[in-house]
Each structure stands twice: as structure tokens, then as C-alpha cells.
Design a protein around this ligand. Structure first.
Ligand code: NAP
Length: 687
């Protein structure tokens, strides 16, 4: 069977017979891949002309709902993907990381997209920057989707997750993508991609697929395009220096090989829970996906006094790991993805032998459930380096398979130094129940790591594993690991957007961003804002209330009602000696009294008080002071209506409480749930 490419909205067969892709266990041909004859420039044009505009017409919330729908669609078809995944040599647990991991990433981005992004097509990044004395000229950052194509070039080890962890943030940002999986396992990517296309959930042009060589695709990239590359450092380096990439300053994110480490804390001696957790993790990282994980532990750094115990314990645990055909019950580790990987890992192991002695494995393996001589199997191999500062191979050579080197450290500083010899890693882990050690090591190695995983007995049950990148957290690493960063929730979405600093008057900035900012126009209306539906409220619309004089009785009554008899409110002598100089009203009384001033009490479109943010008491309020409130509609976000629910949205109100001298005494934002007149859909802003 020849895999097809998805080009300009059609399935297209490449020319020629293609590269045969072999089953990792049986060696049978699974498919052929060829992208010969494809018009790569036309693919880019299609994404820019058709996919980009369609995605940019949607808001973040609409795109997030699209991701959720796709995640549900793929979830329902998971069994097909698992069946084919076994051809890559994956066990069921390995496939779970790839397939469920990929679908899970869509779910997380779908949820974050609705909770952390506005229901707009652009994103406001950070607060107002007050750059003028009088406040008439300000700055604010906005992020808008790039108008080009996101090109994804992936490694062979995660044919599904590798595609989906890149697609989720790009599509949420509003940028179309061209996916180019590693040819070796592209048949699985193609199967999942086919399911996506069949669903018709993404708009036309949002995604395209290349199974085979990327041809001259990268030569046609321009200023608005980006590349996210995962693979070996050598390939990454050659691609990122291509003339088109350099000339167009094309964003190039690189995730490359990495010599990740696990450190056993000095307190985590044999017999402690941390020692066992450490062994479990090292064994899991060596054997999951047969060690073909970019985050797998390659260097195991342990206190010198524990070297013998660690090696013994690892040998005994590794010796019971069943290697063989993943289809056979009880098999915990399958083959590598192909024969060329066996050769590459073998060559890397030869290089590593110069830096340590093999203490487990290293010789031919006899896999269970396979004919002798077939399958891309590699022995689980543990090396020990006694002189890790002189034998530098473990810090330099990545064997992309079930291979790991144990090495001793003499002090916490020494452990930090060894970890840093990796010159930049995706992930490092530390097993300690001593939080001082945790702090020293984390701060010592953080500049060299994209993620740090600190484990002790208290978090073990719910911990997520050294080797699992999570959509919420950044994935990537400095230096040798490529210098890139993916995912990390919202951060990953912003990689596909242009951050633009906009300067102007507060009113102009408020109109552009649809969010009121201090200093912007504050029109008033005869109708109280609490009598208005969501759609009727205007950004900036302001209510200035009547006044109220705070009395001694208010303070005494509030102390009694709340039970808050703090000396500054009720003890005249102590209050005189306090920073206030005399008794002061409770801050929460001021809040409550402010609500009493601005609410319109009768039933109406306001459904509930939803919360309060950024509260500051800026000046004390004493008995005899007269307060007044200015309530300004700051922003509005439509919410999805639950089945049988009331259509509604969240309105954020800026609240300023001032005293008789017009001095600010309290400022905060309140959130209310306000009924919408319309059903679904996001209302347009009144101009
Ligand atoms: P690779 O040989 O560097 O290939 C990576 C990707 O680059 C493949 O899709 C490959 O396509 C493509 N490629 C190669 N030459 C190209 C060119 N001239 N133009 C466009 N694309 C080109 O790496 P691999 O063997 O697939 O993966 C193993 C390596 O990836 C390991 O070193 C591992 O550490 C690293 N890795 C890193 C991460 C991470 O997140 N940091 C994750 C997984 C793997 P073809 O397959 O068609 O050649």
C-alpha cells in the first residue's frame, strides 16, 4: 500500500514506488511512502490563502471547541490507531503515551483555550504600560496570529503525539499547518490524519500532510511562516541554517537529542521510599518505547557511596523486564522502530563503552515471541562510569535506545556540575526528601534544563513521570536540546503569534482591544448598568454613585457582624500607636458599603457576583469619611450556555472607591454573570 499525501484538500499519491516502511517486529512491509512530484510551494500557498483566513475568522473559543470536537472524534477511533501502532514496535503502554498522549493534548488545549484566552481573535498580553506622566499616552501588547504556515517536521518515535502536540497550539493560535512526520513511522501519522480529515471538523486548508521527503518545501518559506522541528541535532542545525529560513527570519523551534539525567539525593539511601521511586523511574525510562524517548534518562547520577547498591538494584530490576513481541502477554519492552535504529544505537553504545563499563546487557537479546533474527531488538544496557569528569562520552553521546550510564557524585555541587555537563537537556529529575537539597539542585541546574522533576514520597502517587511532557508545561531545553520550547499551555500558542506593542491614548487602546483601561473615555447612561443585558453594555460605560459617610456605628456594627475585632478597628489606644494613627474602618466594610452604593437591587439581567480580582486598599477610611464609587464596564466575555442553562456572559467591572477629597481608597475588579439576550454565538461589540 502506498501512503497518500494530503495536499490542497485532496489525497494525492506521490510518484515512484516509494520507500518501504517495515514492521518493527516482523520486518514485513507495512506501507510505502513517497512525496515525489508534490508541488510544495502550492501547498504553502493553499494554507496561506485558504486555511489561514478560515482559522483567523474564528475566535480562540471557537477554535478551542473545534479542538475538543476533534479530540472526541479521535478518541472514539482509538482502537484502530492502537492496532497499527504495534507495527512501530510499541507496547500497549507505549502506544498509550503516543495516542492518548496526543488526544489528551488536544483536550487540554481545548479547555485552556476557553479558560485562558478571550473570545476574540487576538490576545492581550500583560497589563497597560504607563509610559507618560499624565497618563494620556500608554502602551499595551497584543498578540495576533501569524499569517503564514506552521511547518512541523517530526521524529519517528511519536508519530501521533509528535503531530498533535504541535497542531494543538498552532490551530488554537489560528495558524494552518503542514505536517511532515518522519518517514519511518509515517503510516501511523497518516492513519490518524485521515481520521481528522474524514471528520471535516477543521476548516479546509487548516492541515496538510507529507508522507516522505519534504522536498523543497523549506525553500519556499517566508517571513510569516514558522518551523517546529523535532529530531536529531545534526538535521536540525542543517535545516535552521537554510537560506530561506535565515533570510525570512523564519521562526525555527528545535527539539533535539538530549542527555537527560536523574539524580539520586544524598538522603535517598537504600531502604527509603525515594530510593525505590528512583529505581522504578530509571527502569521505566530505559524501557518505555525501548528508550526511544527524547526525554529518557541517559545519565544516572548517584552518591558515590551508593554506586554499588544502585547498580545491583537496577540489574535485578532490569533482568526481569520481558523483551519481545509487544503482542505477547507480559512483554514490557518491544523492538526499536527499525533496523537502522539498531545500527545507530549500536554505534552509540560502542562510543559509550569508551566512557564506562557495561554492567548489564550489552549483548545479543533473545526476544520473546519472535522468529530468531527478526525484529529490530536491542538489549537493555546499563553502563557504569567511575570517572565521570574525565570520561565524557556519557555527557556527549546519545544512544536513542534502552541505554543508560550510572555515575557517582561526591557532593551536591558535584552532582550539579555533572548534570550541567549535558550542555542543555529537556528534562532532569531528582529524588530526594530533603527540600534544601531540592532547592540547591533545582537552582543549580535550571539554566541547563527545560523541565525539572522533583519527586519524594508525598507526591509519588499522583506524579506524572520523568519522561512525560505535559501540555500545561513547557517542553524543550537549552543548548544541546535545541534551544526551543513547545507547549507550556498558553505560552506555546503565543509562539505562533506576533506580539505587537501598541502605543496610543487610553481611549484608542481601549477601542482597539475592547477592554477599558484607566484614562479611557467613561460615558454615562441614564439606565443603571445592572438593568442592562450583556449585549447592551458598552465598554467604558460608567456609573458614579451617590455618597455615604462612614460612621463610628458602621465600624462597631461591622466588627460585630463579621467577628473581626482587630485592634486597628476597635481598640482606640492600640490604633493610635498603629500605622493608622487612629481607628480605621474595616477594608471589607468599605467593599461591602461600595456594593451597597453601586448595586441595583431589583431582579434583572445580573445573575450573580462571580468573583473579585486585584483588590488593593490604597488609603485608610476613618469614621467621618465620605465614600463614593465609580463602576466602569471593563470587558465582557460570552460563556457557553450549558444545556437548559441561561445564556450568559461574564462582565468585568472596574471599581474605584474614593473619599471626600477624591482620593482613591480602594480599587478592584468585580466579575458578574449577566444574562444574554441572544442564544449561542458571541455578540458583536457596540461601537
Ligand atoms: P532525524 O533523522 O533528525 O529526522 C527528524 C525529521 O527530520 C524527520 O521527519 C526527517 O524526515 C526530517 N528531515 C531529515 N532531513 C530533512 C531535510 N533535509 N529536510 C526536511 N526534513 C528533513 O531524527 P529521527 O531519527 O527521526 O529522530 C531521532 C532523534 O530525534 C533523536 O536524536 C532524538 O533525541 C530526537 N528527538 C528529540 C525530541 C525532542 O522533543 N527534543 C523528540 C523526539 C526525538 P525523514 O524521516 O523523511 O528523513
Amino acid at each position: 500500500m502506498k501512503l497518500r499525501n494530503y495536499v490542497e484538500g485532496r489525497w494525492v499519491e506521490g510518484a515512484g514506488s516509494g520507500v518501504p516502511l517495515l514492521h518493527a517486529v516482523t520486518g514485513d512491509v507495512v506501507a510505502h511512502a513517497t512525496s515525489e512530484g508534490l508541488d510544495f510551494r502550492a501547498m504553502l500557498d493553499h494554507a496561506r490563502r485558504v486555511g489561514g483566513p478560515a482559522l483567523r475568522r474564528m475566535t480562540f473559543h471557537q477554535r478551542a471547541r473545534m479542538l475538543k470536537a476533534m479530540a472526541m472524534h479521535l478518541n472514539a477511533r482509538k482502537d484502530e490507531f492502537y492496532a497499527l501502532s504495534s507495527a512501530t514496535g510499541a507496547t500497549r503502554a507505549d502506544s498509550w503515551i503516543d495516542i492518548d498522549g496526543g488526544i489528551g493534548t488536544f483536550f487540554v488545549y481545548a479547555s485552556k483555550g476557553r479558560r485562558e484566552f478571550p473570545d476574540e481573535a487576538f490576545y492581550i498580553d500583560g497589563p497597560v504600560e504607563p509610559i507618560s506622566k499624565g497618563g494620556t499616552f500608554i502602551g499595551r501588547h497584543i498578540c495576533v496570529p501569524l499569517e503564514g504556515v506552521a511547518v512541523f517536521i517530526n521524529a519517528f518515535n511519536f508519530p501521533v503525539w509528535g503531530m498533535m502536540e504541535k497542531l494543538a497550539p498552532a490551530l488554537l493560535a489560528g495558524v494552518p499547518a503542514i505536517v511532515k512526520p518522519a518517514t519511518l513511522t509515517s503510516y501511523l501519522t497518516e492513519q490518524v490524519f485521515r481520521a481528522m480529515v474524514e471528520s471535516a471538523i477543521f476548516p479546509e486548508g487548516a492541515i496538510q500532510l507529507i508522507c516522505g521527503s519534504a522536498g523543497d518545501l523549506l525553500d519556499h518559506l517566508g517571513e510569516q511562516d514558522s518551523v517546529a522541528f523535532t529530531g536529531s541535532a545534526a538535521t536540525g542545525r542543517s535545516l535552521r541554517t537554510r537560506p530561506s529560513i535565515v533570510a525570512g527570519a523564519v521562526r525555527f523551534n528545535m527539539e533535539a537529542d538530549s542527555l537527560n539525567c536523574a539524580i539520586l539525593g544524598p538522603d535517598a539511601a537504600p531502604g527509603t521510599e525515594e530510593f525505590d521511586l528512583f529505581l522504578k523511574e530509571v527502569v521505566r525510562e530505559m524501557t518505555a518505547k525501548a528508550g526511544q524517548k527524547c526525554t529518557a534518562i541517559r545519565r544516572t547520577i548517584v552518591p558515590d557511596a551508593m554506586m554499588g547498591d544502585v547498580i545491583e538494584a537496577l540489574r535485578s530490576r532490569l533482568s526481569v523486564v520481558k523483551v519481545g513481541n509487544p503482542a505477547v502477554e507480559g512483554v514490557k519492552m518491544g523492538p526499536l522502530a527499525g533496523a537502522s535504529q539498531v545500527r545507530e544505537v549500536g554505534a552509540s553504545l560502542d562510543a559509550l563503552r569508551g566512557g564506562g563499563e557495561v554492567v548489564f546487557g550489552g549483548e545479543a537479546v533473545e526476544p520473546i515471541g519472535v522468529d530468531p533474527g527478526t525484529g529490530a531488538f536491542f538489549p537493555i544496557t546499563l553502563l557504569a562510569s567511575q570517572r565521570p569528569h574525565e570520561q565524557l562520552q556519557p555527557h556527549e553521546v546519545e544512544a536513542f535506545g534502552p541505554v543508560n550510564t550510572v555515575m557517582p557524585y561526591s557532593s551536591v555541587d558535584d552532582a550539579i556540575g555533572l548534570a550541567r555537563l549535558g550542555r542543555g537537556s529537556l528534562c532532569g529529575s531528582l529524588f530526594t526528601n530533603d527540600d534544601r537539597v531540592a532547592r540547591d539542585i533545582v537552582l543549580g541546574v535550571a539554566p541547563y534544563h527545560g523541565r525539572l522533576y522533583v519527586l519524594n514520597r508525598s507526591g509519588a502517587k499522583e506524579s506524572t513521570g520523568h519522561g512525560s511532557p505535559l501540555p500545561h508545561l513547557v517542553h524543550g531545553g537549552p543548548g544541546r536540546a535545541g534551544g526551543g520550547e513547545e507547549m507550556g499551555g498558553l505560552r506555546g500558542v503565543l509562539h505562533y503569534m506576533q506580539r505587537t506593542a501598541v502605543q496610543g491614548t487610553p481611549t484608542t487602546i481601549a477601542r482597539i482591544t475592547n477592554e477599558w483601561v484607566p484614562g479611557a473615555a467613561q460615558p454615562t447612561d441614564r439606565i443603571h448598568p445592572f438593568r442592562k443585558h450583556f449585549e447592551e453594555l458598552q465598554i467604558g460605560e460608567t456609573l458614579t454613585t451617590h455618597r455615604r459617610t462612614v460612621t463610628e456605628t458602621d465600624i462597631v456594627n461591622f466588627a460585630a457582624i463579621s467577628g473581626d475585632h482587630f485592634y486597628a478597628h476597635v481598640d482606640d489606644i492600640a490604633a493610635k500607636a498603629s500605622i493608622f494613627g487612629r481607628r480605621v474602618a474595616h477594608g471589607y466594610f468599605v467593599l461591602s458599603a461600595a456594593a451597597g452604593l453601586f448595586v441595583d437591587p431589583a431582579p434583572g439581567p445580573v445573575l450573580a457576583n462571580y468573583g473579585l480580582e486585584n483588590l488593593r486598599f490604597t488609603k485608610p477610611v476613618h469614621a467621618g469619611d465620605t465614600i463614593q464609587v465609580r463602576l466602569t464596564c471593563k470587558s465582557r466575555t460570552a460563556k457557553e450556555t450549558p444545556p437548559d442553562g441561561i445564556p450568559q456572559g461574564v462582565v468585568a467591572w472596574d471599581v474605584n472607591v474614593t473619599n471626600q477629597d477624591n482620593e482613591l481608597v480602594a480599587t478592584y475588579t468585580i466579575l458578574t454573570l449577566v444574562r444574554r439576550m441572544a442564544g449561542e454565538g458571541v455578540p458583536e461589540m457596540a461601537s
